[in-house]
Write a protein that binds this ligand. Structure first.
Ligand code: PEP
Length: 247
């Protein structure tokens, strides 16, 4: 049985207090979708958004957390702080963090453990570069990221994998449906082997230039359990138009 889809928005470093209006529109549209809806704004908006979404089906999440619960880590945010602010999930190992902040698989694994320690759903991102895809190394790279970034045990309800080819993020480029099906199939087999009894039900999202115009083509690919949406999640209208695939 296919798990309930997840439509997740990654706002990245976008959003001010005035963006609350977009959240309100998402809250208004979410009940029409047969999908879980998650909005991940910057840290500064999490508490405000969580309060606004409290009696709605929309969950609020973070975009990163530190592995430690507290301490001398200037500028960092603990998973417990996200939970305390009202977040229910956190994106981990996004390629922008792996590249810009040199995050390693081992760090992502420690952060995944931290997310679970705080009771959050961990959305762990994996994906190959253009060079790796052209070199026929996609499965090798994604398999290595999964092996290094995930703890030894996992609960299906607490883990989500986002397959995000780096070359598709924010570029308008997307893999073919056949390529997405192949990688999602590979990830599913990997999860089922590594976490028997749980890996079969972990949601595997596709992310990378999902827009209203291509949502149907990309999100109805067998093995795709939802989307992690960047740019198009900033406008409620576009985000909900993508979610309309799940009406
Ligand atoms: C992302 O950054 O997670 C993402 C998928 O971005 P975009 O949709 O803008 O490609």
């Amino acid at each position: 049985m296919q798990p309930r889809p997840l439509l997740a928005g990654n706002w990245k470093m976008n959003g001010l207090a005035a963006s609350a209006g977009e959240l309100q529109k998402i809250i208004a549209g979410a009940p029409d979708l047969k999908a879980d809806v998650l909005v991940c704004p910057p840290f500064t908006l999490i508490a405000r958004f969580a309060e606004a979404a409290r009696h709605s089906p929309v969950m609020i999440g973070g975009q990163d957390c530190h592995a430690e619960p507290f301490g001398a880590h200037t500028g960092d945010i603990a998973a417990e702080m996200l939970a305390d602010a009202g977040a229910g999930a956190v994106i981990l190992g996004h390629s922008e963090r792996r590249v810009d902040h040199h995050e390693t698989d081992a760090e992502v694994r420690a952060k995944t453990r931290a997310a679970w320690r705080a009771g959050l759903i961990a959305i762990v991102c994996v994906g190959e570069s253009r060079k790796e895809r052209d070199g026929g190394r996609t499965q090798e790279v994604v398999g290595r990221q999964l092996a290094g970034s995930l703890p030894e045990r996992a609960e299906a309800g607490r883990l989500v994998i986002a397959y995000e080819p780096i070359w598709a993020i924010g570029t308008g480029l997307t893999p073919t449906p056949a390529d997405i099906a192949e990688v999602h199939g590979f990830i599913r087999r990997w999860l089922a082997t590594r976490f028997p009894g749980q890996g079969e039900a972990v949601r595997i999202l596709y992310g990378g230039s999902v827009k209203p115009a291509n949502a149907k083509e990309l999100l109805t690919v067998p093995g795709v359990d939802g989307a992690l949406v960047g740019g198009a999640s900033l406008k409620a209208e576009d985000f909900l138009a993508i979610g309309a695939v799940y009406r």
